[in-house]
Ligand binder design. Structure first.
Ligand SMILES: [Mn+2]
Length: 432
């Protein structure tokens, strides 16, 4: 399905005068506070969030999965869905593939299709957390950390293949998330498991083209419940430091134990020039499944506050601290909402937090920090957080030919109904 640009124009026309009033008011207030509105709009417009191929279908838990209908059946339809999101918000211009769930039958054709939707290929993701039908050895007891060298070799070869496919697609990075770990005390020797992982990752690292980056993602538990080989940012950073300058840590918001100060982790990794990318989601307990910003929007803002601080040119005190372009991606899988509606909400929440973080008065905040004025520091942060920046986001969409209200348009235009008509009610996305 292709979004009709005339319908978008009609949708926008109906809302434009109301939008104008809100934007004029906000622009006047921001200008008075010393912000230049046009550069802000430019930054917000440029901020693109990659959509993972596995978020386009309804996710599930181990108890069940309740598909919504009209979901993409194969890679081409997944790309069509991301193209659809991008047409509605002009902020989702990249897709992240998961191999082997999204094995491109013909990479050249897939690249051409991506081009037609204005999409780039973000990081490619490997999968050694489950066994594939044609696979010789099992990952039941691990992959890159496995005690058996033949299993490790099989997992290394898989990563090399993922990189090869990524090169054909025009991707520039590989994300490695390992399920390796143990469920019971004593099951695994911590040090040997780490050393085997490092040795395996060295071989994968050796397959990287010179202009590629490797992202090492960490997660404290699940599917292993006693220990995870790459369980925290410390282990990830340690691996990346040992691997070399093409290796970076990847922070998935949901991959932390409850109450972890994620924004401080972001600051530490940026300080070392080792933050490579971000997986956005939200959680109530320790999962990574809920819509970004649905439970803790203030935490999301605080994370962006560190990101904006770390990305600003004045914060780079030396060459090492200068962060490369970060990879922004959503990584959530939920079983209640329409996946496309959820993704529209997620992208909006991310960009709201980013825009609010751009409004933080950093000079005033530094002065408050240097004089230990905790109350003033809180006022500064929350003043930015409580600013309704939505008119800025809407304005960037209007200028880019996207919808003033993407979710509203999605419902008015009955997009899901059209997709169900095209694809049927009982569709299952590959990989889910
Ligand atoms: Mn993730």
């Amino acid at each position: 399905m292709i979004i009709n640009s005339n319908s978008v124009a009609d949708h926008n026309q109906k809302r434009e005068s109301r939008h104008r009033k809100k934007l004029d008011h906000l622009s006047a207030v921001l200008t008075e506070e010393g912000h230049a509105v046009q550069p802000l709009l430019k930054k917000i417009q440029a901020f693109q969030v990659a959509i993972p191929s596995w978020a386009l279908g309804t996710g599930g838990t181990r108890f069940g999965r309740f598909a919504g209908g009209g979901e993409p059946r194969r890679l081409e339809e997944k790309m069509e869905d991301v193209g659809l999101l991008h047409a509605l918000n002009r902020s989702s211009g990249a897709i992240s593939l998961h191999i082997p769930w999204d094995l491109p039958p013909d990479p050249i054709k897939i690249r051409f299709l991506a081009n037609s939707f204005g999409l780039q290929f973000d990081a490619v993701n490997s999968n050694t957390f489950q066994d594939q039908a044609d696979q010789e050895l099992s990952y039941k007891f691990g992959s890159l950390a496995h005690t058996d060298a033949r299993v490790r070799q099989q997992a290394i070869a898989h990563h090399a293949e993922v990189i090869r496919l990524g090169v054909e697609l025009g991707s520039k990075s590989l994300t490695v998330w390992l399920a390796d770990g143990s469920c019971f005390p004593g099951q695994q020797h911590f040090r040997r498991a780490f050393e085997r992982t490092l040795a395996s990752l060295r071989e994968v690292y050796g397959c990287l083209p010179a202009d590629w980056r490797m992202f090492v993602e960490y997660k404290p538990y699940e599917p292993n419940f006693y220990s995870t080989v790459v369980g925290d940012w410390g282990s990830s950073l340690l691996l990346c430091q040992k691997l070399g300058e093409q290796a970076y840590s990847l922070v998935d918001l949901g991959h932390h134990l409850p109450n972890t100060n994620v924004e401080q982790i972001v600051s530490r990794l940026m300080m070392e020039g080792k933050l490579g990318g971000f997986h956005f989601n939200d959680s109530k307990y320790g999962d990574d499944d809920l819509t970004v910003g649905s439970v803790r929007p203030y935490q999301l803002f605080l994370v962006f506050n560190e990101l904006v601080d770390g990305l600003s040119p004045d914060s780079a005190r030396d060459e090492k601290a200068k962060p490369p372009q970060l990879a922004w991606m959503i990584d959530a899988s939920h079983n209640v909402k329409d996946p496309l509606e959820d993704l529209l909400q997620s992208v909006e929440a991310i960009k709201i937090a980013y825009a609010q973080a751009l409004l933080v008065d950093r000079k005033a905040l530094e002065a408050a920090q240097e004089t230990n004025d905790a109350a003033r520091a809180q006022e500064i942060l929350q003043h930015a957080f409580r600013t309704d920046v939505r008119p800025l986001l809407a304005e960037t969409r209007l200028r880019a030919g996207a919808a003033l209200d993407p979710l509203g348009f999605y419902r008015e235009d009955r997009v899901r109904e059209t997709l169900i008509k095209e694809r049927g009610t009982k569709t299952v996305t590959t990989g889910l």
